[in-house]
Ligand binder design. Structure first.
Ligand code: AKG
Ligand code: FE2
Length: 323
């Protein structure tokens, strides 16, 4: 007997952005069922302007089209910012590095910022290519707008858990938001079976917000089966998924679902993934999300410590220069 495939729900964020409490409750309910049953959902009316998205995507395409020697001028630094060449990222449990390039950046903190001076990992100034002056402003605008959307999502998630809708605000005063423009070269049909654009993995942090182009290739693992479900491009949408840290925070009520990318479309694929994660020291304690103390599966952990451990395990450059 075949059962019908899991579907990835779609949530309208319009009312949430307008601050309407009824809409917040409705979106919260839809998001809650998506987070508990699928771990993935699409959002529309997310508040990012299409012009900002298009500029960022075009800038990313131009950047990745540069020769490797140029891109290497902004090679990833110890603050986890810059260009990651192909082969630099291997997902835990994967046998081969991902077939992708990406450019990562985050909250731009000066070298004399207290968090940087204190040696907090993953903190520091962004780096930008001086050979492509339009790259930084396009990416910065995207970063701000997608961060706003992340905050809206967390408001709806808090509401859905029957806690103060503003609960997450003070956990995100200095977010470990990491935004990554990703380039997937064309993969051949006769590639080894264990060669992926991104190998099957779950995300490390709280919520991931993904803009993908129309090429497709993202797949989500159906719960309780071996089936991979396509998460195709939907015009005007972002794909959102729960990461391991939010699943932990929720005491495993929310699911952090396996996903992967295979790009056998014959076309190059581009996406921008944003890992919208809390302040380094924010305490992730299931009790704060409404779990009785004697039912909490996980002890409290500092968000940054958890995320850092996961990043260190998957990025080859950090094995030599981790800090
Ligand atoms: O680019 C995509 O479609 C997904 C990327 C992804 O899963 C990740 O970077 O964690
Ligand atoms: Fe992912």
């Amino acid at each position: 007997m075949t059962t019908s495939a899991m579907t990835i729900p779609l949530v309208d964020m319009q009312g949430v952005r307008e601050g309407d409490l009824d809409s917040l409750a409705r979106a919260g309910e839809a998001i809650h069922s998506a987070c508990t049953q699928v771990g993935f959902f699409y959002i529309i009316n997310h508040g990012l302007s299409q012009a900002v998205i298009d500029d960022a995507m075009q800038a990313a395409q131009r950047f990745f089209a540069e020769p490797l020697e140029r891109k290497a001028q902004v090679a990833v630094n110890k603050h986890h910012r810059g260009f990651h060449r192909r082969g630099g990222a291997t997902m835990y449990q994967a046998t081969r590095p991902d077939e992708k390039e990406f450019y990562g950046f985050g909250l731009d903190l000066a070298e004399d910022d207290p968090s940087v001076l204190a040696g907090e990992a993953l903190r520091g100034p962004n780096q930008w290519p001086d050979f492509m002056p339009e790259f930084q402003p396009a990416m910065d605008r995207y970063f701000v707008e997608v961060g706003r959307c992340g905050a809206d999502l967390l408001r709806a998630i808090a509401m859905s858990l029957d806690i103060d809708p503003e609960f997450f605000a003070d956990k995100y005063t200095k977010p470990l938001q990491r935004t990554q423009a990703v380039y997937y070269p064309v993969q051949s049909d006769d590639r080894p079976a264990d060669q992926f654009g991104v190998a099957p993995h779950t995300d490390y942090g709280c919520v991931t917000l993904l803009y993908q182009d129309a090429v497709g290739g993202l797949q989500v693992r159906e719960l309780g089966s071996e089936r991979w479900i396509d998460a195709p491009f939907i015009e005007g949408s972002l794909v959102v998924n729960v990461g391991d840290l939010l699943a932990r925070w929720s005491n495993d009520r929310f699911r952090s679902t396996l996903h992967r990318v295979i790009n056998t479309s014959g076309r190059e694929r581009y996406s921008i993934a944003t890992f919208y994660d809390p302040t380094y020291a924010a305490l992730v304690d299931p009790v704060d999300l409404g779990v009785a103390a004697d039912e909490a599966i996980y002890p409290p952990v500092a968000a940054g410590d958890y995320i850092l451990g996961r990043i260190d395990a998957s990025m080859s450059y950090r094995k030599s220069t981790a800090s």
